[in-house]
Design a protein around this ligand. Structure first.
Ligand code: 5GP
Length: 209
């Protein structure tokens, strides 16, 4: 069986990448990786679904045990992708989605060059500001910090493979699905499987003549 593909979605905070990824994984062939974080849960967030919420000590221990595929510190909290769950899903043939920020995405690309990096962009910085203030989860200072780093983050797009502009959610999800489908239709990595499928059929064809 062909191993699954690893899709990494990133973008500035508040751009809506989480919503896009949650829509994508309604497709049963896709799995969303659940990250580990030292941040305190927000209202409505669930352990093991939104994140695995851990202490700094537990996080550090997992890093030392090489249990994370990548990790980064963002606004004073640690975030990381549990390695085993991702590798198990890929081996089982599922395509896996990571929704992580850019430092982590670039670490993944270095250790896993076949990973496909997708950058989610806001239609404008002004729209991003409005979305962040509407979310109401950030203090004024946190929001200023997040906004001022957005442009810096957007500059990292040159290391990505694709971009999606999240203006209208349904259109952004359709674009993201289009990227996934295009990757699935790439010949590279699938040619052996394709050829052998037709060779098998050809053999049966002649034995039944
Ligand atoms: P939040 O605290 O708002 O849930 O997430 C803050 C940022 O951390 C977001 O940009 C999110 O994509 C990123 N993030 C979430 N999980 C991970 C992870 O496992 N690794 C990395 N590098 N970033 C993550």
């Amino acid at each position: 069986m062909r191993q699954g593909r690893l899709f990494v979605f990133s973008g500035p905070s508040g751009v809506g990448k989480g919503t896009i990824c949650r829509e994508l994984v309604k497709d049963p062939s896709l799995r969303l990786s659940v990250s580990m974080t030292t941040r305190t849960p927000r209202e409505g967030e669930q352990e093991g679904i939104s994140y695995f919420f851990v202490t700094r000590e537990q996080f550090q221990k997992t890093v030392e045990e090489n249990g994370l595929l990548e990790h980064a510190e963002i606004y004073g909290n640690c975030y990381g992708t549990p390695r085993k769950a991702v590798m198990d899903s890929l081996r089982a043939g599922f395509d896996v989605i990571l929704e992580i920020e850019m430092q982590g995405a670039l670490q993944v690309k270095r250790s896993f060059p076949e990973a496909i990096l997708v950058f989610v962009l806001p239609p404008s910085l002004e729209v991003l500001r409005q979305r962040l203030s509407g979310r109401g989860t950030e203090t004024e200072e946190q929001m200023r910090n997040r906004l001022s780093s957005s442009l810096e983050e957007i500059r990292l797009i040159k290391d990505y493979d694709y971009f999606v502009i999240n203006d209208d959610l349904a259109a952004a999800v359709a674009d993201a699905m289009g990227i996934i489908k295009a990757e699935r239709l790439k010949v590279a990595g699938s040619s052996e499987e394709i050829i052998s499928r037709y060779e098998e059929e050809n053999k049966c064809f002649f034995t039944h003549q």
